[in-house]
Ligand binder design. Structure first.
Ligand code: SF4
Ligand code: SF4
Length: 170
């Protein structure tokens, strides 16, 4: 997977990163899961002078041409974060059940079968860090067997494990 933006693709009405991302740079900070103070009904209210991080960061949907509109974060309820490795972090923004929708499971399956490290960033309890769940070990066998029911069960088990995992205070 190259890190080239998909040609002719734009964010449209999506503003998920301006709401859900935690940004901590010298020039600009915002908390996770709260709308940026500059976000307005037309999008970024300071677009021409937005901070450097906002000029250079894009979610996975902007990079992965195989994904349809259903996986745009405002439609899928999942913000895809591309990290070095490469690794893909699925950050559910519209409830954990979004991970069990068909487009999300298909993407998880295709990443795991391509041996790309795949994680879920799961909310911890209020005031605590997120839980990072590495999915490849649990999903490898069901994906290889092309068994969607087992894939779904493995995701649910991972989420149950994540919900019992202690997290650190922020
Ligand atoms: S989450 Fe992705 S599609 Fe949505 S506004 Fe940010 S970069 Fe654009
Ligand atoms: S400054 Fe603009 S682009 Fe950056 S997070 Fe805020 S609304 Fe989004």
């Amino acid at each position: 997977m190259g890190l080239e933006l998909v040609a002719d693709r734009s964010c449209g009405e999506c503003t998920a990163c301006c709401v859900n991302l935690k940004i901590e740079t010298e020039a600009f900070k915002k908390s996770a899961d709260v709308p940026c103070q500059h976000l307005c009904s037309a999008g970024c209210g300071i677009y021409e002078t937005r901070p450097p991080v906002c000029r250079s960061w894009y979610c996975g949907w902007r990079y992965m041409g195989q994904l349809g509109l259903a996986m745009r974060p405002d439609h899928s309820g999942i913000l895809l974060r591309v990290q070095d490795g490469p690794a893909i972090v699925f950050q559910p923004t519209g409830g954990l059940e979004a991970l069990l929708a068909m487009p999300a499971m298909e993407l998880l399956g295709s990443l795991v079968s391509s041996d790309i490290a795949t994680y879920i960033s799961m909310p911890g309890k209020p005031g605590h860090t997120n839980v990072m769940l590495h999915l490849n070990p649990a999903l490898a066998a069901p994906v290889q067997a092309r068994d969607l029911v087992r894939v779904a069960k493995a995701i649910v088990s991972a989420l149950e494990f994540g919900s019992r995992t202690p997290t650190d205070p922020l």
